[in-house]
Design a protein around this ligand. Structure first.
Ligand SMILES: [Zn+2]
Length: 384
């Protein structure tokens, strides 16, 4: 594991919060941008520091987080997710992946290193929790009970099958027994919420029945979680950080190889769509446009380029678009009014699919826009 640069020599810009500062109030109400550290440090203007923040992940996340704090002067809310669950499967004896380069590796060190790197709260380095691995889940609970710090969030990277009707009660019971805030990460190919029809509803049960739940490394499911009363959530900047596959698996990519074009959040349809598909759909019709600060009324079919500048522009459009929704949501107090607002918003988006397809001469069955099944669930599940 890589260490953040020199300990004990923090420049004045880095305010290291000690372990007694509780995680929950710092994270409450925020939707964070989960971002790979490859392109950091820099500050993204698109991030709303009052309702957002960042989760840094990927190689050297701690070192780069430290640089984001000290060199780029980022003062917002930040978590460091070294993503051990991508390569390590939790075991009954070792549910957390601890540093291997030390004679006596400890969880305490792992958590302290994140804080020394500038993290606002610390995430446990929990490994992937496979399907039906009840004993491993119990081991996580056992280790969580030993944590005496107030600044820690217990990460739960669970296989998405834990949302099935057979398993969800057990997941809820386990989460209830962990007193710290808990960050769920749903592991599975493509969008894990699409695997089973019950997944969006059962994820809601976990969020609503357990206190201080978070949903990280997600897509618009993060907003559904917040509408249902989650403590905090995270949306990935690209499809690789919006979802996650089990150790040893490769993320399947629709459309196979070739250049990786950005995916674009459609403001009216509330779905992420690949730039290639958008270019095809709008080939013979006027493109949908966007009025965010980045797009300024321009068409959303303009992202079919694989260069870095286009990628960042698409990402900033995405962040501005969902951040505006987070801002709208914050105007409704948590509870029935917020849930009703979210349901109506999802239902309105759903109703626009046939209209948009009709406008561009396509249909859902004929290369047009097709609503993601979680969006259909959010629009139709009971709001209370
Ligand atoms: Zn835009």
């Amino acid at each position: 594991m890589n260490r953040p640069a020199p300990f004990g020599q923090h420049p004045p810009a880095l305010r290291v919060l000690d372990a007694s500062v509780p995680a929950a109030p710092i994270l409450a109400g925020r939707v964070l941008l989960h971002e790979n550290t490859r392109y950091i440090p820099h500050q993204r203007g698109a991030i709303d520091n009052s309702l957002g923040g960042v989760v840094l992940t990927g190689d050297n996340a701690e070192t780069r987080a430290f640089k984001l704090r000290t060199e780029a002067g980022f003062t917002g809310t930040m978590l460091i997710d070294s993503a051990p669950y991508k390569s390590y499967t939790a075991t009954e004896d070792e549910p957390f992946l601890l540093p291997h380069d030390q004679m006596f590796p400890s969880l305490e060190d792992s958590l302290s290193f994140q804080k020394a790197g500038g993290a606002s709260a610390a995430l446990t380095p929990t490994g992937y929790i496979p399907p039906a691995a009840s004993k491993i889940l119990k081991a996580v609970i056992r280790e969580a009970h030993r944590i005496e710090r107030a600044d820690t969030v217990v990460t739960l990277p669970v296989d998405v099958t834990w949302l099935s009707n057979e398993r969800v009660d057990q997941l809820i019971a386990a989460c209830t027994r962990i007193k710290q805030p808990k960050a769920l990460i749903m592991v599975g190919q493509f969008d894990p919420l699409e695997h089973l029809k019950v997944n969006p509803a059962n994820l809601r049960r976990v969020i609503t029945e357990v206190e201080n739940m978070m949903l990280l490394r997600s897509d618009l499911a993060a907003l559904d979680a917040m509408a249902q009363g989650a403590l905090c959530a995270g949306i990935g900047v690209s499809s690789t950080v919006r979802h996650c596959v089990a150790p040893g698996e490769r993320a399947a990519v629709s459309g196979g190889g070739g250049p990786q074009y950005p995916s674009v959040l459609m403001p009216d349809l509330m779905c992420f769509t690949g730039a290639q598909a958008l270019s095809n759909r709008y080939a013979n019709a006027e493109s949908a446009t966007c009025s965010c600060d980045v797009c300024d009324g321009r068409g959303l079919d303009r992202f079919l380029k694989a260069d870095g500048e286009t990628r960042v522009e698409a990402e900033d459009h995405n962040v501005l678009t969902w951040s505006a929704w987070v801002g709208e949501m914050a105007c409704y107090e948590a509870g029935p009014k917020r849930k009703a607002w979210w349901q109506a918003k999802c239902a309105a988006a759903l109703a626009r699919y046939p209209l948009e397809n009709e406008r561009i001469g396509l249909s859902a069955g004929r290369a047009g826009f097709k609503p993601p099944s979680p969006l259909e669930a959010w629009a139709t599940l009971p709001a209370s």
